[in-house]
Each structure stands twice: as structure tokens, then as C-alpha cells.
Design a protein around this ligand. Structure first.
Ligand SMILES: CCCCCCCCCCCCCCCC(=O)SCCNC(=O)CCNC(=O)[C@H](O)C(C)(C)COP(=O)(O)OP(=O)(O)OC[C@H]1O[C@@H](n2cnc3c(N)ncnc32)[C@H](O)[C@@H]1OP(=O)(O)O
Ligand SMILES: Cc1cc2nc3c(=O)[nH]c(=O)nc-3n(C[C@H](O)[C@H](O)[C@H](O)COP(=O)(O)OP(=O)(O)OC[C@H]3O[C@@H](n4cnc5c(N)ncnc54)[C@H](O)[C@@H]3O)c2cc1C
Length: 664
């Protein structure tokens, strides 16, 4: 099929080469080649291809997802993939892989929370798929408040075993992925009791099913929790344990230990057992980038080939991408996807560095990285889901079809604001950190890390620093506005908290009564962080780009900053970081920048380099022939393979013949 001329012209008139930007996104031309080889291995494989997924039943999809997971394992062995290749493969399959919790949580939990002997025993079994596991933490009654977990592990000195039980309905495990039908084992988080003393949430390895028959073991009641909005392939489950006994060495003992005679000791930081969640939060930030890149690719290409209506009366119908309002739906998502790219790259290295320190029992970096990973997981998933919905609607009626590729991406991504810590709760963790830093800054001590700008901003009187017109496209000046805004919102929340406390409210009550402001400040911190990482990316990752490409990536960053101010203008005005005249100029500049970026919109999404067989979209194919692909997809619907469906004979015909009665 030839390429649609409407999309070809977009590529021909772009001011830079997409491939240069693709190399930057991958890290180097060699990395691009390597990724393409991997994506081809996956995309061309008939067992992995998700082409007909939208026509499958829940059970067919589950079975296909198991097969896909298995095939990934074979490909990994055949082509000698490393862990990054494997993680990417999981993401490129849009998580339509059963058992991915085994990889992204079960194995990492053993690695992080187990001691050397436990690694030696369990990791080979898990890595070789001799056992399959889940991460079972959430309960029917508690998902957020982990100190409230009710599943009990009571130590029995006489037999050197833990006895695990579910005392009431609310204490059953509820939600763990792959628990319903696909796990033989669980890393199970339960409250440890020794002689009735509560020793907090601890991790245990518990076998749930017989490895030959797959039947639940005695004392284990397990099953699926029912159909969900999406992620049909991660069979989320429930689990009831009736006095199930496990040996003492099946408590993962890296950070807390129970001796044979029942002595409880701790080593490491109090929240070290939470470290698996931190890893997955980093992964979620990455997948927010990917989801947005997918959505932006599909909708930008579709907007460049769909023509509807006219701008100039009587002139030919225009590409919908030429409507300014359509640009406002599409361009921010392109700019955000690029900003998220820089941010997730930074986060990856930051996490690896801090994790290495933690492995060497240096926990000093834990508070800051907990704040950053919690905040970015929340902020990036909030923004990604909101923008994906905007993008989906930007496709008009075809945005409601499953074959468009964006709907599935969107509903899968909708899980991300909830999983791994509900977003509001995570913002409040960020706010806790903000308040601590505010206290440090107020005493004149230096705040370190991502909030070090507080040192300067807390003292200096605020001026926007926007004097000349050029200042409005100076990303460093724009970043200062964001930093000012964050510090002011933090101070405002801090002042409110103190005021309530001084007026007699206990601290916890004052905290709850300030929590709306605290969350607002936390969001501002996250938005500032993402912009900061985008700017850093310009001078690190983007610096070797040819000038024309660098210019466009720079424009995206300017637009990201300006658009963010227009979206949050209330915060910027209220805190006095800009005045109304400055806001008007910012709005104008953002619109002008958007018009410039529009010219390169298709080339910018092409640079994400997502192949058609992974994009799996009728609307967003590289060749731009959306109508042909829509028609082909409709024709391939199994319901269209018969001219007359059984429902005709059964119901419609009797109705037409007036034979429908109350028996029908
Ligand atoms: C197109 C592609 C589509 C792809 C599509 C993919 C779909 C992909 C689906 C993914 C699927 C994934 C699989 C989901 C798997 C789950 O969802 S697993 C379950 C995850 N569960 C959670 O995240 C629970 C959330 N809750 C928590 O993390 C904690 O309980 C909370 C909310 C942080 C509060 O904890 P708490 O024990 O009550 O602590 P609190 O008294 O508030 O004290 C907090 C202190 O601990 C510290 N702290 C708390 N947590 C931590 C931590 N982690 N580290 C360090 N310190 C910490 C705080 O800094 C604070 O310190 P201080 O201020 O006191 O110094
Ligand atoms: C698709 C999916 C996959 C999952 N996979 C797993 C898994 O593999 N393993 C696992 O263990 N769990 C899993 N979960 C569970 C998930 O981690 C929890 O649902 C999540 O942590 C939120 O907890 P919750 O359901 O208790 O929400 P709740 O805490 O009940 O949240 C409900 C509301 O209460 C608010 N709220 C709660 N506490 C506070 C507070 N302190 N301050 C202010 N507001 C508050 C929240 O903001 C929210 O608005 C999964 C969930 C989903 C949807």
C-alpha cells in the first residue's frame, strides 16, 4: 500500500530528520539498531503479535497472554536478551502478558528482601520458571495503610514455623496480579506476631498450589476477583489462608530476622521492606512515557490524514491537525512525552545509584528517592491518563473503537494512578518531605537534593525575571518561575498547618485540614521536577543533536514550560510569581510556539519509532492509510465472517413474525 500523500508531505516538510532524534531517545545509533532488532523479534512473532486481541474473549486473551509470556522466555534464550531487553519486551506487549508480576515484583522482591541463603534457594527456581509467583500485599480491607494489614503470621517456637491465617474477610489478600490462576507461590506481606507482640509488616514466601496438579494446597483458598476495566490478562486474585504453616527460613530476612528461639531483630532502615514498591514506581514512570508516546503517535498521524471541514470558507477540507484547538489536544502530549522521556531516563539512573547505596547499607538517600519516586509515579500517571483521554477524544467517533490502539493503551494506563500506591496518598508522602525541607530551610541550614532551590527562594523577594520577550523562551528563567511557585505553595501550606496547630488543633488534625494545599504543593514540586529534568536533558542527551533537531527539541521544552503555566495559571498568579500582564504574554508565546511545533508534529512522533506491529493501531499506522486499515479491521471481525448470526433465527425472526411472547 502506498503512503498517504497527506502524511508524506508532513515528513517532507519537517525541518529535521526524525532518525537523529530517535538516536537521541535510544541513546545512540547502535542502541537504535539493537532496539529495532529486538522489536522485530517480538513484533514479527505470530504468538506475540496482538493483532486480533480485540476480538478475543476474556479466557482466550488470558491463554494467549500465557503463551506470549512463554514465547518471550524462548526468545530471551534464543537471542540472549538481558534484563532490560526483557523488561522492554513486556512493555512493548502492553502488559498483555500473564505472569508479568512474577518478573516485575516476585523476583525483585526476593532479590531485595531475601538474604544470601534465600537468594540461593529461591532465585534459580523463580528465574527458571520452576515456580511462578505473585506479590501479595493488598488486602480487602487495606491497600494503602500498610501498618493496618491484618493477615497474620504467628511464630511457633515449638516447630520453628510461621502460622499464617486470615482472621476475617477484610484480611484476605485482594488484588495481587497473577494470584487468581497463575501463581504457585507468593511473596506475601503479613503482620508478624511473636508471642502476641506486633513486629510489623514482614515478607514471607508461601506456596499456594501443587506444582503438578496446580490445585490449591491444604488451607489455601484462592481465585480470581472478577472482570476488570482492562488488564484482563493479569488475573488479579483473592487469597484466604487457614493456618498455613511455613518454615522459619521462609520469612525473607534481609532487613528483619526471627531467630529459632523467636528473637526479633532488625537491620537497615525502617521502611526497607517497602523497596520493591519503589522499583515498580520507577517502572510505572517509564510506562507513562511509553503510553503517551504511543497515544501521541497514533493521534498525530490520524490528525494529519483526516480531513474534515474548512477553515477558509469554500476552500478544500482541511487536515484536522490544522485546527488550533486540535493542536492544543495533540501538541502538549508530544511535548509531555519528550519531557517524560528525559525524566524517566534520569529516574532510572538515580534509582540504580541509590539502590546500590542501599545494598551497601547506606540508607541516607532513601527519604529523597522515596519522595521523588512517589511523586513522579503519581504525577506522570495523572498526566498520562488525562492526556490519553484527551487524545482519544481527539479522534472523534473512531476514538471509541478498540481497533484504534489508543483505547486499549488508555484503559490499561488507567490502572497506574491506583496501583503501587494511590496517587493522592503518594502526593501526601511528597508533602511530608516538603514540610521537612521547609523546616530545614527556615532554620538557615542548607536543603540538599531536588529541593535545594528552596535555600535561595525562601529568602529572596519574588520577581518573575521576565523582562524582555526573549526571557519568555528562556527555559532556565521559566524553571525559576516554577521553583518560586513550588516554594510559595509549600510555604503557604506550611503556614496553614502551623496556624491550625497554634490555634489548638493537634498536628494530625491540622495535617488533614491542610491536605488539599499539601497535595497542591506536592504536584507543583513534581511538575517542577519534570521540567528540570527536561532542561537537563537538553544539555546532556540532546546536546549532540544536529542544530535543526536540537532547535525543535528546545522548542518542545519551551512549549512544555509555557503551556504548564497556562494550565496552572491560578497557582502562578495566586502566589505572585507572575502578574496578569505576564500571563497574557505567556499565553501568546505558548500559542506561537505551538504553531511552530505543529509543522514538525508528524516527524516528532515518527522519532519515537514505534513499529506498526507493536503500535497495533488502525488509525496510527506509519503509512497514514487509516481508512483502509479501519475497513480491513472491521472486515476481520469474527462476527462479520457470517452474513447472518444465530440471533436472527433465535430472536429477531420470531419478533419480525410477531411471535415474540413473554416466553422469549
Ligand atoms: C502502554 C503500556 C501500558 C502499560 C500498563 C502497565 C500496567 C501495569 C500495571 C502495573 C501493575 C503493577 C503491579 C501493582 C502491584 C501493586 O499495586 S503492589 C501493592 C502496592 N501498594 C502500595 O503501594 C501501598 C501504598 N502504601 C504505602 O506505600 C505506605 O503505606 C504509605 C502510604 C507510604 C504510608 O506508609 P506508613 O507505613 O503508614 O508510613 P507513615 O507512618 O505514613 O510514615 C511514612 C514514613 O515512611 C517513609 N516511607 C514510606 N514509604 C517508603 C518507601 N517506599 N521508602 C522509603 N521510605 C518510605 C516516609 O518517608 C515517612 O518517613 P518519615 O516522614 O516518617 O520520616
Ligand atoms: C490493576 C491493579 C493491579 C494491582 N496489583 C496488585 C498486586 O500485584 N499486588 C498487590 O498487593 N496489590 C495490587 N493492587 C492493589 C493496589 O496496590 C491498591 O489498590 C492500591 O495501593 C490502593 O489501595 P486501596 O485499594 O486500599 O485504596 P484506598 O486506600 O481504599 O483508596 C480509596 C480512596 O481513599 C483515599 N485515601 C486512602 N488513604 C488515604 C490517606 N491516608 N489520606 C488521604 N486519602 C486517603 C485515596 O486517596 C482514595 O481516594 C492492584 C490494584 C489494581 C487496580
Amino acid at each position: 500500500m502506498s503512503v498517504n500523500p497527506d502524511i508524506q508531505v508532513e515528513r517532507d516538510t519537517a525541518t529535521f530528520r526524525s532518525i537523529d532524534v530517535t538516536h537521541m531517545l535510544d541513546g545512540s545509533p547502535e542502541a537504535t539498531n539493537q532496539r529495532r532488532i529486538r522489536q522485530k523479534q517480538i513484533g514479527d512473532d505470530p504468538q506475540i503479535n496482538r493483532r486480533n486481541i480485540i476480538f478475543m474473549s476474556h479466557e482466550e486473551r488470558y491463554e494467549a497472554a500465557i503463551a506470549r509470556g512463554l514465547r518471550i522466555e524462548q526468545l530471551k534464550a534464543e537471542h540472549d536478551w538481558d534484563i532490560m531487553d526483557e523488561n522492554n519486551a513486556i512493555m512493548w506487549c502492553f502488559s498483555d502478558i500473564a505472569m508479568f508480576v512474577h518478573k516485575v515484583m516476585f523476583i525483585p522482591a526476593i532479590e531485595r528482601l531475601g538474604n544470601k541463603e534465600q537468594h540461593d534457594k529461591w532465585l534459580p527456581l523463580a528465574i527458571d520458571h520452576k515456580i511462578l509467583g505473585t506479590y501479595a500485599q493488598t488486602e480487602l480491607g487495606h491497600g494503602t495503610f500498610l501498618r493496618g494489614l491484618e493477615m497474620e503470621a504467628r511464630y511457633d517456637k515449638s516447630t520453628e514455623e510461621f502460622v499464617i491465617s486470615t482472621p476475617k474477610h477484610s484480611s484476605m489478600k485482594w488484588w495481587p496480579g497473577s494470584l487468581g490462576h497463575s501463581s504457585s507461590h507468593a511473596v506475601l506481606l503479613a503482620t508478624l506476631y511473636i508471642d502476641d507482640q506486633n513486629c510489623g509488616m514482614q515478607p514471607f514466601i508461601v506456596q499456594l498450589r501443587d506444582l503438578n496438579t496446580w490445585k490449591p494446597l491444604p488451607g489455601v483458598e484462592v481465585g480470581g476477583i472478577g472482570p476488570k476495566m482492562a488488564l484482563a490478562t493479569t488475573d488479579n486474585g483473592f487469597l484466604v489462608l487457614n493456618n498455613v504453616r511455613i518454615p522459619r527460613d521462609q520469612m525473607l530476612m534481609k532487613y528483619a530476622q526471627v531467630s529459632k528461639d523467636g528473637k526479633f531483630t532488625k537491620s537497615g532502615a525502617a521502611k526497607a521492606n517497602y523497596s520493591t514498591m519503589m522499583l515498580v514506581r520507577v517502572g510505572i514512570a517509564h510506562s507513562c512515557y511509553f503510553s503517551l508516546a504511543v497515544g501521541a503517535t497514533i493521534v498525530t498521524r490520524y490528525s494529519a490524514v483526516r480531513r474534515q471541514g474548512e477553515i477558509k470558507p469554500g476552500a478544500p477540507e482541511v487536515k484536522i491537525l490544522d485546527y488550533q484547538t486540535q493542536q492544543l489536544k495533540v501538541i502538549p502530549s508530544i511535548a509531555t512525552a519528550y519531557a517524560f522521556h528525559f525524566c524517566k531516563e534520569h529516574l532510572k539512573w538515580y534509582y540504580i545509584e541509590t539502590f546500590q547505596q542501599i545494598q551497601q547499607n547506606d540508607f541516607s538517600g532513601l527519604p529523597e528517592i522515596h519522595c521523588v519516586t512517589s511523586g513522579l509515579k503519581a504525577y506522570m500517571s495523572d498526566i498520562a491518563t488525562a492526556q490519553l483521554e484527551t487524545l482519544r477524544r481527539a479522534c472523534g467517533g473512531n476514538g471509541y473503537l478498540l481497533s484504534n490502539g489508543i483505547t486499549n493503551t488508555y484503559i490499561q494506563t488507567l490502572a497506574l494512578p491506583t496501583v503501587e500506591g494511590e496517587n493522592t496518598v503518594l502526593y501526601l508522602q511528597v508533602a511530608r518531605y516538603l514540610m521537612k525541607c521547609l523546616k530545614v530551610a527556615a532554620t538557615g541550614e542548607a536543603v540538599k537534593g531536588s529541593l535545594s532551590y528552596m535555600n535561595e527562594k525562601i529568602k529572596t523577594p519574588y520577581t518573575s525575571g521576565l523582562v524582555t520577550r526573549e526571557d519568555y523562551s528562556n527555559v532556565k528563567k521559566l524553571l525559576k518561575l516554577y521553583q518560586n511557585m513550588t516554594v510559595r505553595l509549600t510555604q503557604k501550606a506550611g503556614d496553614h498547618l502551623n496556624k491550625l496547630h497554634v490555634s489548638g488543633q493537634p498536628k494530625y488534625e491540622a495535617w488533614n485540614n491542610t491536605s488539599v494545599q499539601l497535595v497542591n504543593a506536592a504536584k507543583a514540586y513534581c511538575q517542577t521536577y519534570v521540567l528540570g529534568m527536561n532542561i537537563e536533558g537538553l544539555s546532556t542527551q540532546a546536546v549532540d543533536l544536529p542544530g535543526d533537531a536540537l532547535e525543535v527539541i528546545h522548542q518542545l521544552c519551551v512549549f512544555y514550560a509555557l503551556h504548564g503555566i497556562t494550565e496552572q495559571s491560578g497557582n502562578f498568579l495566586e502566589t505572585g510569581c507572575i502578574n496578569i500582564t505576564e500571563l497574557h504574554i505567556i499565553q501568546q508565546e505558548a500559542q506561537e510556539m505551538m504553531a511552530k511545533i505543529r509543522k514538525n508534529a508528524v516527524a516528532l512522533v515518527d522519532a519515537f519509532d514505534i513499529p506498526d506491529n507493536l503500535l497495533n493501531s488502525t488509525l496510527g499506522c506509519y503509512d497514514g492509510n487509516a481508512y483502509q486499515h479501519l475497513y480491513d479491521s472491521a472486515k476481520s471481525d469474527p462476527m462479520n465472517q457470517k452474513q447472518v448470526l444465530p440471533a436472527f433465527e433465535k430472536y429477531i425472526k420470531p419478533m419480525l413474525q410477531g411471535k415474540h411472547t413473554s416466553k422469549l
